[in-house]
Design a protein around this ligand. Structure first.
Ligand SMILES: NC(=O)c1ccc[n+]([C@@H]2O[C@H](COP(=O)([O-])OP(=O)(O)OC[C@H]3O[C@@H](n4cnc5c(N)ncnc54)[C@H](OP(=O)(O)O)[C@@H]3O)[C@@H](O)[C@H]2O)c1
Length: 425
């Protein structure tokens, strides 16, 4: 029996890779569930791909599969466009054309939203349509919807967490199984959690794009991901994991955005020593987790799968329903400045590989003292020719600590591979 109140939605999909395939599976497998829950009869009509000859994991016989973008963009029946191609162009051009033609758009494209979000939201608003992007940050975790809807009445003071599954998988293997960085990365690649070229993830760039998007939502301020202070996990070694653990911490790659004291926002990505008792310390494997502090709700934590075809499809189909209900509008941006990390204060974990000879400790301590950095704890395990000196400092200004770190690295007794990791209080 036809439900007269039910609304028909015809969808055009760009991309049939990992995410596009997940969308086809989810829409095929859960069509009736989605219809009953939402009141929208979501029908995938056309799929646009690059290579028509490629074998596909899903049966596409009932859809129009094309390499011509016009078959979606010029089809008046299609009211929602899902972009699951990735990259900046031609995704940006297709999205702009769809918005200009009065179509709602759903995308998982963090690179595009973090770099060109403001321009696209303004275009959507001018054309009276919606642009939704839940899947661009932390896959299935409804963090964007929560900031925009559930916590709309809150002034958010900070939002931080583990937003990259690849690095969390690698760090978990290093902590739980004592693996080296290289062997943990290899396992991540074998299990599909890391790309053949992992640099975008392990270097922190992926997390920087995601925290830029979260900052934009939490503080109404577009943040260019290229201006976010970013460090990755490539320089960590098993020793860092071991000593962090002995001092009661777990190392995590943390993405953070918070209101700074005074004007501005503090947005950054870097490894941190997180106390073992902190909820984020127990988020393991490829999972993501975001911790948000709002003035009315206090701390709230969200955890779950941050990537993968089906979790991503779950978020995108939810967005399809939201854009149809007009629940995905973004407007009114501020322009708060980013604070300079050099003016912030942290305690630090530092490790210097040094030549094992008398007087080394003294020379390092002298540089730290000259820059006003005081030592809270120091360990010097025995070794062969090169030994590590591991130091936990009291709180110091980043500018002073960075200066001391660079000075110490210039000493002839210090070998390559020193690390400096901030400690979460
Ligand atoms: N993978 C995840 O778990 C995940 C999670 C969250 C967000 N995302 C985001 O989702 C997006 C897609 O990622 P993915 O992993 O699915 O990528 P992917 O596997 O590389 O798939 C890309 C798809 O886009 C199609 N495509 C490329 N250029 C095209 C063009 N000019 N016209 C039409 N189609 C074109 C490709 O067509 P052919 O198949 O014909 O080559 C392919 O089907 C990215 O923005 C990514 O950041 C991914």
């Amino acid at each position: 029996m036809v439900n007269v109140l039910e609304k028909q939605v015809s969808v055009g999909l760009f991309g049939l890779g990992n995410v596009g395939t997940g969308i086809v599976k989810a829409l095929d497998g859960h069509h009736d569930l989605i219809r009953k829950r939402s009141g929208f009869n979501v029908r995938l009509k056309t799929i646009c791909v690059k290579n028509l000859k490629k074998a596909r994991e899903v049966n596409t016989a009932k859809y129009r599969v094309t390499a011509n973008s016009g078959h979606i963009l010029d089809d008046p029946e299609i009211s929602v466009v899902i972009e699951a191609m990735g990259g900046i162009e031609p995704a940006r051009a297709f999205i702009m054309e769809a918005l200009e033609k009065g179509k709602h758009v759903v995308t998982a494209n963090k690179a595009l939203i973090s770099k060109h979000g403001q321009e696209l939201f303004e275009l959507a608003a001018r054309n009276g349509v919606n642009l939704a992007f839940e899947a661009s940050v932390c896959g299935s975790i409804p963090i964007i919807k929560s900031i925009r809807e559930s916590f709309v009445a809150n002034s958010i003071s900070s939002i931080y967490g583990i937003v990259n599954g690849t690095t969390n998988f690698i760090l978990t293997r290093m902590v739980n199984d004592g693996k080296s960085y290289e062997s943990a990365l290899e396992e991540a690649q074998q299990r599909g959690f890391a790309e053949a070229d992992p640099s975008f993830d392990v270097g922190g760039k992926d997390a920087a794009q995601k925290i830029a998007i979260l900052s934009m939502l939490a503080f109404n301020t577009p943040v260019d991901p290229d201006t976010v202070y970013t460090e990755g996990i490539q320089d960590l070694v098993s020793e860092d994991i071991k000593f962090a653990q002995a001092w009661g911490y777990v190392i995590k790659l943390i993405a953070l955005a918070r209101k700074a004291d005074g004007e501005g926002i503090d947005v950054r990505v870097h490894p941190m020593l997180v106390p073992k008792a902190h909820p984020l310390a127990n988020i393991n494997g490829e999972l993501n987790s975001v911790y948000l502090i709002g003035d009315l709700v206090d701390g709230q934590m969200f955890s779950g799968k941050g990537a993968g075809p089906l979790p991503t499809a779950s978020a995108m189909i939810s967005d399809v329903i939201d854009v149809m209900k007009s629940a995905a509008l973004i407007r009114n941006f501020n322009s708060l400045p980013l604070v300079d990390i050099n003016n912030l204060e942290f305690s630090y974990y530092v490790r210097f590989p040094v030549i094992d000879q008398p007087g080394v400790l003294c020379r390092i301590a002298k540089v730290l003292a000259t820059d006003g950095v005081s030592i809270a704890e120091l360990v010097q395990p025995t070794g062969n020719e090169t030994v590590p000196i591991i130091i936990r400092t009291h709180k110091a200004k980043e500018r002073a600590m960075r200066h001391a770190f660079d000075e110490i690295n210039r000493l002839p007794i210090v070998k390559k591979g020193a690390v400096m990791i901030r400690i979460q209080e």
